[in-house]
Design a protein around this ligand. Structure first.
Ligand SMILES: *Cc1c(COP(=O)(O)O)cnc(C)c1O
Length: 389
C-alpha cells in the first residue's frame, strides 16, 4: 500500500517519457523499438510508461518476470510483451495464457512450450512464437550456439515458431569494450547463419540495448531493447544523448523545523556538529524509500526554494534532516526536491550515482514501493498534436 498520508512522492512525467521514446524511435528507424519496462519500469509506473512508449512508436515491451507481464495485460496492454528471463517450467502455461512471448535458453523448455501450447489450445489454434536467447559473451543467461540450433529444430517438429533471436551486449557503454562488442556482434552473426543452415529465419533479431542502439548502429538489427534512455538518462557518460529528459522526480515537503546551537548535531551518530547556530528541516523520506543512507557521507544536496542544501545527518529509514544554515526563509510545507528540477537547479539520478559509485539505473530502480507515483503530463495530447501537424 502506498503511504498517501505522508508528504513524499515520486512524480513521473509522461510527457518526458513520450519525448524520450519518440527521439529513440526516430534515431533507430527503421529498426523497431522494444520498451524495457521491467522492475516497474525502472521504478516509474509500468503500465502508464508502457502506454506512453507505445504511443511514441515502440512496438514491443520487455519485462523480466511473469508477474510483470501479467500486470501489463491486466492494465489493458495489447502490444507484444517479451519475457526476458526464461520462466520455470511450471509457469510456461501461465505465460502462454497471458500472451507473453517467452525467451528460451534451453531446448527442453522449447519442448515444454510446445507441450503447454498443445494442452491449452490443442490442434486447431495457431502456433505460439518464442524468441531464442543466445549468450554471445554476457555470461549471464542464454543458450550456447549448439543449444540455439537445437531450439530452432524444436520448431520444425512442433507448433512452436521461432519469432526472434536475441542476445545482450556486456560492454557497449564503454569505448574500451569496443573489441569485445564487435566480437559479440560477430558471434551473433554466426548464430544467424547457423540457424539459417537449419532453415530457421527468425523475423526479429535483436541485440542492442540503450548503449548499443546509440554507439553501434550496426547492432540495431530489426529491433533495439531500450530501457534507461526512455527514463531520461544515458547508459554511461560515454554514450551522450543530450535530448533526453529525466522522467522521475523525487519530492517531499518540510514537516518540521528546529533551531540547534553551534556544536550540536542531529540524526544517528550525531555525525556533523554545526559550525554556526542553524535551522534543521525534517523531511519524511528515508532509506526504506530508496534514498540511500550513504548520501550523507557522499555530501549530497537537496533543493528547496531553488537552492541547494546539504543533509544535516545520516538518512534514517523514514526521514532525513537538512541543514538550512544560520538564516533561513524556509517554512513548514515547502517542497523539497531530492531528484529533479526546482527553479534553475537540478539534481539527477546520475549525480547521486556518481557520489555513490553506482549507476543511474540503480538509483531510480530502487525508489521504494512505499512512495506513491504521481503521474503528470498528457502524452495523448502531444501525440494528437504531432499527428495533426
Ligand atoms: C534491462 C535490459 C535491457 C535494457 O537495458 P538499458 O541499458 O536500460 O537500455 C535490454 N535487454 C536486456 C536483456 C535487459 O536485461
Amino acid at each position: 500500500m502506498e503511504a498517501l498520508s505522508r508528504s513524499a512522492w515520486a512524480e513521473v512525467d509522461l510527457d518526458a517519457l513520450y519525448h524520450n521514446a519518440r527521439s529513440i524511435v526516430r534515431i533507430v528507424a527503421p529498426s523497431e523499438v522494444c520498451a524495457v519496462v521491467k522492475a516497474n519500469s525502472y521504478g516509474h509506473a509500468a503500465t502508464e510508461v508502457a502506454k506512453a512508449a507505445i504511443l511514441a512508436g515502440a512496438s514491443w515491451l520487455a519485462v523480466a518476470t511473469l508477474e510483470e507481464g501479467i500486470s501489463l495485460r491486466e492494465g489493458g496492454i495489447k502490444a507484444p510483451i517479451l519475457l526476458l528471463l526464461e520462466p520455470e517450467r511450471r509457469y510456461v502455461e501461465d505465460a502462454l495464457r497471458s500472451g507473453l512471448t517467452i525467451s528460451i535458453d534451453h531446448p527442453e523448455l522449447a519442448w515444454e512450450v510446445s507441450a503447454a501450447r498443445d494442452r491449452i489450445w490443442g490442434d486447431e489454434a495457431p502456433q505460439v512464437s518464442i524468441h531464442i536467447h543466445l549468450d554471445t559473451g554476457m555470461g549471464r543467461a542464454g543458450a550456447s550456439l549448439d543449444d540455439a540450433v537445437e531450439i530452432a529444430k524444436v520448431a520444425r517438429f512442433s507448433n512452436v515458431a521461432i519469432g526472434g533471436l536475441w542476445s545482450h551486449l556486456a560492454v557497449a557503454d564503454d569505448a574500451r569494450g569496443r573489441p569485445f562488442t564487435l566480437e559479440q556482434l560477430k558471434r551473433f552473426e554466426a548464430a544467424r547463419l547457423a540457424l539459417a543452415a537449419v532453415g530457421c529465419y527468425p523475423k526479429l533479431s535483436h541485440i542492442a540495448s540503450s548503449a548499443g542502439a546509440i554507439s553501434y548502429p550496426s547492432s540495431r538489427y530489426d529491433m533495439v531493447r531500450v530501457g534507461i534512455e526512455l527514463y531520461g538518462y544515458p547508459p554511461s557518460a560515454q554514450v551522450p544523448l543530450p535530448s533526453l529528459r529525466p522522467v522521475l522526480s523525487l519530492k517531499a515537503r518540510v514537516v518540521h523545523l528546529r533551531r540547534i546551537a553551534i556544536g550540536e548535531a542531529v540524526s544517528y551518530g550525531l555525525k556533523r556538529p554545526v559550525i554556526v547556530d542553524s535551522t534543521i528541516a525534517t523531511v519524511p523520506i528515508g532509506y526504506a524509500d530508496g534514498v540511500p543512507r550513504a548520501l550523507f557521507d557522499a555530501q549530497t544536496e537537496v533543493l528547496i526554494r531553488g537552492r541547494r542544501y546539504p543533509l544535516a545527518g545520516v538518512v534514517t529509514m523514514d526521514q532525513l534532516m537538512v541543514d538550512l544554515g544560520e538564516e533561513s526563509d524556509i517554512v513548514v510545507g515547502d517542497e523539497v526536491v531530492l531528484l529533479g528540477r526546482q527553479g534553475r537547479e537540478f539534481v539527477g539520478a546520475d549525480e547521486w550515482a556518481d557520489k555513490l559509485s553506482t549507476i543511474s539505473y540503480e538509483v531510480i530502480a530502487r525508489i521504494g514501493s512505499r512512495v506513491p507515483r504521481v503521474l503528470v503530463g498528457n502524452p495523448q495530447a502531444i501525440h494528437e498534436n504531432e499527428v495533426a501537424r
